[in-house]
Design a protein around this ligand. Structure first.
Ligand code: ADP
Length: 682
């Protein structure tokens, strides 16, 4: 890869690294940071006394880049070069260069805070500002003071915010690798189109018919959009009679594609063929596709946003930032001068786009991160004064502390409990970890492991989510178990158990329209969670649960365990209608998501109490994955809420703290009128 810009700076980079403990490297996307830096360090002998770790915010990038580096070094993936992502470790004793997600490195630092196995840690793609990378930045700052020899930290970024990072690390050297981008001509639309999908389709076809060769990269917001556009492009291209003298190859690119499909965008196209790559923002900086000359930028991105005031997630399609728009445009100028078609007016770009994307730490629930930090037992540090590159809001930190308190991970003084420590060792969100621990006590660990694994798998497992699937099927799918009236968690359990009874048959998944890859992954995740539980939780035993208990009893225990794990995610049905009120710090009026198997009974009523996996705000606030629970389980939690004093939790470390006046949650149902009805919220 001698022609990659970064390689020409090898000497300079190695010299600087030799003389400094921390170095920031800025280089255009595609300049070779992810694939080449680790190899340079390898050549220079940094891997003789430790492993070179390269973190990636995205799983797919960790896999794809390590595969590439293994190829370049001509070694088998998993040997000298390997990767580790959650639930998948492809490294061995021989591994010298290890690509891993930032989350996995964070987790490793729990069991080995000094990270002694590593000689160099490269925090790659720092410009993405993922939550875990931001926390790692803070941890690295501490670690370099403790490991003063044989330890280097490199931070790479594709944008100029490198200066801020350099300042954060006491003005460490900042190397900038000039890219060799060709000019990119930018075209703006006169106004926002009513449908960015249709407008992308039209623009892409215009380019295909009129413009000389070169691949087209189209930025969509998510898998749904991508599937729709791919199918429309296929139809259009087929119906083009002699409009273009080139063949066309249409390729989707997003995080949940199977690896062999992702690999297709890196193989060279057949001769005289134009590729249409329809991608999420993954192609902005994480994955570089060569050969792109035309970029179509919808100007949108799908962003998950957490609101600590309501405990609610929303998955919103939002405008990208200027930095993102420029990254997208840059993709067109890698091989020769290119063109970028922005499907929005220049006025919008100038006046409305934010300069930079809001870092994830400022739009995520921090319960998991705060639990990690607490369990690291960092001496001399008040967690809430942790050195963040951009600190999260006080509200968000308070929200995390309250959540952790309610699920017994920290005590009323904010100190981590032994339950909290066990929770931190599980690679799951705190509530799910807490559920497993409780399930172990109640003898339903077997079932809880299954539910945890089903909930952890990101791909859409259940049918009916992807319309494209329906189109292709000949026979309608067979009917899945219905949760026996208890709700979604029980349904997930039943589905897996049913599959188990059918010897994990692949054909069975197809009959029921379940994703084979997803289900197989659930099985693997489950196995791993089970091993971890056996290691960390005393007396943990899967078998104990299964044999002696009847199904209903285990369902009941499981629901109870869920109500304890998700103590901050319970809801009570309103007396006069089927809406629910969440039983949290700031009650919300919410509804059961229409996709839930939990339906009203014969009298048209839902059960009185439920636990939910998450709250999402789409057109309305909905609870997703809902399960019935019993009133007697809710009462102790309400009492705990009553006693909560957030000032103590924060250890006095917070400046302004709001009084918790709504502490008496058990009285809340009477105050129905205060809550804004969902209709009014719209
Ligand atoms: P950066 O980190 O600076 O964005 P990378 O090191 O990721 O740059 O990419 C450098 C080059 O390696 C690009 O030309 C890219 O297309 C190529 N590349 C990266 N990953 C793969 C892969 N899995 N297969 C083939 N080529 C790849």
């Amino acid at each position: 890869m001698a022609n990659l810009p970064i390689v020409q700076f090898e000497r300079k980079i190695l010299e600087t690294v030799e003389q400094n403990q921390v170095v920031v490297i800025i280089g255009e996307t595609g300049s070779g940071k992810s694939t080449q830096l680790s190899q340079m360090l390898y050549r220079k002998g940094y891997t003789d006394y430790g492993i070179v770790a390269v973190t990636q915010p995205r799983r797919v990038a960790a896999v794809s880049v390590s595969r590439r580096v293994a190829q370049e070094l001509d070694v088998r993936l998993g040997e000298e070069v390997g990767y580790a992502i959650r639930f998948e470790d492809r490294t061995s004793e021989r591994t010298r260069i290890k690509y891993l997600t930032d989350g996995v490195l964070l987790r490793e630092s729990l069991s080995n805070p000094e990270l002694n196995q590593y000689s160099v840690i490269i925090l790659d793609e720092a410009h993405e500002r993922s939550l875990n990378t931001d926390i790692l930045l803070g941890l690295m700052k501490r670690l370099v003071k403790r490991r003063t020899s044989n330890f280097k930290v490199l931070i790479t970024s594709a944008t100029l915010d490198g200066e801020k990072v350099s300042k954060f690390f006491s003005d460490c050297p900042l190397l900038s690798v000039p890219g060799k981008l060709f000019p990119v001509e930018i075209f703006y639309s006169k106004e926002r189109p009513t449908s960015y999908l249709e407008s992308s389709l039209k623009t892409a076809m215009d380019i295909h018919v009129r413009e000389p060769e070169g691949d087209i990269l189209i930025f969509m917001t998510g898998q749904d959009d991508i599937e729709k556009l791919v199918s429309k492009l296929e139809d259009k291209v087929q119906s083009l009679e002699e409009g273009s003298c080139m063949d066309a190859l249409i390729l989707p690119l997003h995080g949940s594609l199977p690896p062999e499909m992702q690999g297709r965008v890196f193989s060279p196209p057949p001769p005289n063929c134009r590729r249409f790559i329809v991608a999420t923002n993954i192609a902005e900086t994480s994955l570089t596709v060569d050969g792109v000359v035309y970029v179509i930028d919808s100007g949108y991105v799908k962003q998950r946003q957490y609101n600590p005031a309501t405990g609610m997630y929303s998955l919103d399609i939002v405008q990208i930032s200027k930095v993102q728009a420029n990254q997208r445009a840059g993709r067109a100028g890698r091989t020769r001068p290119g063109k970028c078609y922005r499907l929005y007016p220049s006025r919008l770009y100038n006046d409305e786009f934010l300069d930079a994307t809001v870092p994830e730490i400022q739009r995520s629930s921090l319960a998991g991160s705060v639990l990690y930090l607490k369990s690291l037992d960092l001496p001399d540090i008040d967690i809430l004064k942790f050195d963040f590159l951009d600190p999260p809001s006080t509200e968000s930190l308070e929200d995390a502390l309250k959540q952790l308190y309610l699920i017994d991970a920290i005590d009323e003084n904010g100190s981590i409990t032994s339950i909290g420590r066990t929770m931190a060792e599980l690679p799951l969100e705190p509530s799910l970890s807490r559920t497993l621990i409780e399930a172990n006590e109640f003898g339903c660990l077997t079932q809880a492991l299954t539910v945890a694994a089903m909930l952890s798998v990101e791909t859409n497992l259940l049918p009916g989510r992807s319309k494209n699937n329906e189109k292709k099927r000949k026979n309608p799918p067979l009917e899945l178990p219905d949760g026996s009236g208890f709700g979604d968690h029980i349904q997930l359990l039943q589905i897996y158990e049913f599959w188990d009874e059918n010897d994990y048959d692949i054909g069975w998944c197809k009959d029921y329209d379940l994703q084979v890859r997803g289900m197989t992954f659930v099985k693997e995740v489950r196995k791993q969670l089970c091993q971890i539980m056996q290691k960390i939780a005393k007396g943990s035993s899967e078998v104990r649960a299964n044999q002696s208990r009847k199904r209903d009893q285990s369902y009941r225990n499981l629901r109870k365990a869920l109500s304890i794990g998700y103590a901050n995610q319970l809801a009570e049905r309103m007396r006069h209608h089927n809406g629910f009120r969440t039983l949290g710090f700031k009650p919300q009026l919410v509804q059961v998501h229409p996709s839930s198997v939990l339906k009203p009974d014969d009298d048209g009523l839902y059960p009185n109490y439920v636990v939910y996996h998450e709250l999402i705000a789409t057109s309305r606030p909905y609870m997703r994955n809902v399960c019935t629970i019993e009133r007697q389980w809710v009462m102790p939690i309400l009492e705990k809420l009553d006693k909560l004093d957030v000032r103590k939790l924060s250890g006095g470390g917070l400046g302004h703290v709001e009084e918790v006046t709504e502490g008496n949650m058990s009285e809340l149902p009477k105050k129905e009128a205060e809550v804004i009805a969902p209709e009014e919220r719209e």
